[in-house]
Design a protein around this ligand. Structure first.
Ligand code: FPP
Length: 241
């Protein structure tokens, strides 16, 4: 069970959804929605730092997103490169460590280089860890953990437990999300951190991601404070035989 101060979740995950609808409803191109979504990302990260959240994970690009038209995946990849480049100084200013998780295989060398540069530069920061999931899926994460485990233990001579398995996930060392926020009214996990979200509190808001502001984040944190997390147990106060 995670510990948190003043009911502030230690780890918040966000599925940033609704960029396309936001743009189309304004007669704009979808990529304009992504551009404004990148700005909402920056605002959310700064707010998380202000609130004392230790880990913020953002689902920026799923493995399934490759199924979109090439012009859109190209636009997302370019935006990603520019955002990482432009935001690294801000991360330094805010003492934020940045980690990227996901399958590196289909990413081009320029993006990988930008990601690695950002991770190296911010490695010693310790106020908040920002985890950006790119070319990520929860099923991929579990499979890559199994493959790594088998490679390191070809004879199968290992006592496997949940704690041991956790060390092979791309989020090894990072506490599981306490709260997952998804924007745009969709109520799905969409192959995000499947193993890690076993006991995450889920919060869904109709706000489209480019419109997501500090007040919306605050509303999610307020809702979280009211949740009773029991992790499958019963509350002591109602533990009457
Ligand atoms: C969902 O909107 C969002 C994404 C596919 C990507 C998330 C991207 C951002 C927040 C922008 C910044 C991106 C990077 C990579 C820095 P959608 O296109 O699925 O919206 P829709 O459901 O309304 O079509």
């Amino acid at each position: 069970m995670n510990e948190y101060k003043d009911n502030i979740p230690q780890h918040v995950s966000i599925i940033m959804d609704g960029n396309g609808r936001w743009a189309l409803s304004r007669g704009m191109e979808r990529k304009e929605g992504h551009r404004c979504g990148a700005e909402a990302m920056r605002i959310a990260a700064e707010f998380a730092v202000e609130k004392g959240i230790s880990y913020l994970s953002l689902f920026a690009f799923s493995e399934e997103n490759w199924g979109r038209p090439k012009w859109e995946t190209d636009a997302l990849m370019t935006l990603l490169m520019d955002t990482i480049h432009d935001e690294t100084p801000n991360m330094m200013k805010n003492n934020v460590r940045c980690l990227f998780i996901g399958n590196r295989n289909n990413l081009n060398a320029d993006i990988l280089q930008q990601m690695d540069k950002c991770m190296a530069e911010t490695a010693c920061n310790n106020k908040m860890t920002l985890i950006i999931a790119i070319n990520y899926s929860g099923k991929w994460d579990i499979l890559q953990a199994v493959k790594q485990l088998l490679m390191e233990n070809p004879s199968g001579d290992i006592t496997l437990s949940q704690d041991v398995f956790f060390n092979y996930l791309s989020t090894a060392g990072i506490p599981d999300p306490d709260l997952m926020i998804r924007t745009s009214g969709e109520m799905r996990i969409s192959n995000f951190m499947l193993w890690q979200m076993a006991y995450t509190e889920l919060y869904f808001t109709p706000v489209l991601w480019p419109d997501f502001r500090k007040s919306d984040f605050e509303a999610a944190l307020e809702a979280f404070k009211k949740r009773k997390r029991r992790f499958g147990k019963i509350e002591e106060s109602i533990n009457i035989p």
